[in-house]
Design a binder for this molecule. Structure first.
Ligand SMILES: [Zn+2]
Length: 351
């Protein structure tokens, strides 16, 4: 069986909403799966396909896994399921010349104009890494989304939702699959939502206020290494005591191990710090585009007035794009202070 149960456990609200949509015949014709976890981008679209196309679903709406459609879909031989993905070389999805131009948008769309050969009659198209569609491909696909052929399900996946045209986003139902529910565990993680809310709630666009937010974020980033040292020292306290009786070589070995652990603890803290910033802005953007609060993966981190009433969708997605830039900068050895200051100024600036 596919990962149905795993997703039920991990995203109970979302899965129950989807099952309900199936029961009441109100599934969307296009879903946008937003997640930074590449495994989910692969594993989730087949489940949505099963949900949509199963011909004898269980009373709760979940797919039976027994009908012909379910069997074909779960073994990957369903004849009317197509996937479009960026080709390995260019990492881009282009519009293409015509329907014979394989792995292009025109080719993909052409498949939906043939008649269905399946029992269920459903045609299912998945666009993996939809953000790699260039702008002309996105615009072309938009037309299909606006007037979808009957009994078609489109599933788009992305890890960089801000790279999609707002018009594409608004014509899909967004499903946000984010890990780490309630598990941000780094020093002062509880302060982070308040700091980010303060950064965004700056109608006067005061540079001073942006600098305050930057300072607060830099303080947290700076404290992570020391916190990692403390954490690891506490873990090794007893061993360090006994090591005083060891020979020199033994002590050196122990020191090396501790050093390694501090490094990995620090990287973990830092990754969580970045991931929480991203989740905060991503969820704020999803809220601004109308997704229900109950469908957010980490609503708890938005507490504290994260979404001032007037945040427009456009502004929220712009801020998310800046947050994505920040993560990229912090991962490529740009000086943290500089990256954080630049980020705070961008969020604050008018443009
Ligand atoms: Zn079935």
């Amino acid at each position: 069986m596919l990962d149905w149960q795993r997703f039920e456990t991990q995203f109970p609200m979302m899965m129950s909403a989807l099952r309900h949509a199936k029961r009441s015949g109100r599934m969307a014709h296009a879903y946008l799966v937003v997640t930074s976890n590449p495994d989910y981008r692969i594993a989730f679209p087949p489940l949505l396909s099963l949900l949509a196309a199963c011909t004898s679903p269980a009373p709760d709406g979940s797919p039976c896994m027994k009908c012909e459609t379910c069997r074909q879909l779960s073994s990957g031989i369903y004849p009317d399921a197509y996937t479009l993905a960026p080709t390995s070389k260019a990492r881009e999805i282009v519009i293409g010349k015509d329907s014979d131009d394989i792995d292009t948008l025109r080719w993909f769309e052409g498949l939906f104009h043939l008649s269905s050969v399946t029992e269920s009659g459903w045609k299912i198209g998945t666009i993996q890494e939809a953000d790699t569609m260039n702008e002309s491909a996105q615009n072309a696909f938009l037309k299909t989304l606006e007037e979808p052929p009957g009994k078609c399900l489109f599933i788009l996946t992305t890890g960089r939702v801000s790279h999609l045209l707002p018009t594409i986003r608004s014509r899909c139902q967004t499903l946000a699959l984010t890990d780490n529910k309630c598990s941000y565990r780094f020093p002062r993680s509880a302060d982070l939502p308040g700091i980010l809310a303060g950064l965004c709630d700056n109608p006067e666009r005061s540079i001073m206020k942006a600098e305050d937010s930057a300072r607060a974020l830099i303080d947290i980033a700076d404290s992570l290494y020391e916190a990692a040292e403390k954490e690891v020292a506490a873990r090794w306290k007893n061993r360090i005591e006994t090591a005083k009786n060891l020979e020199n070589a033994g002590v050196k070995l122990l020191e090396k191990r501790i050093e390694g652990e501090i490094g990995s603890e620090y990287r973990r803290y830092r990754e969580q710090f970045m991931s929480m910033i991203h989740a905060w802005f991503a969820q704020r953007a999803l809220l601004a585009s109308g997704i229900e609060n109950s469908l957010l993966p980490n609503p708890e981190i938005l507490d504290g007035g994260a979404l001032p009433e007037k945040t427009s969708e456009e502004k929220a997605y712009k801020a998310l794009a800046f947050a994505e830039d920040l993560l990229k900068a912090m991962r490529t050895n740009v000086n943290d202070e500089l990256a954080i200051r630049t980020f705070c100024l961008k969020v604050t600036s008018k443009a």
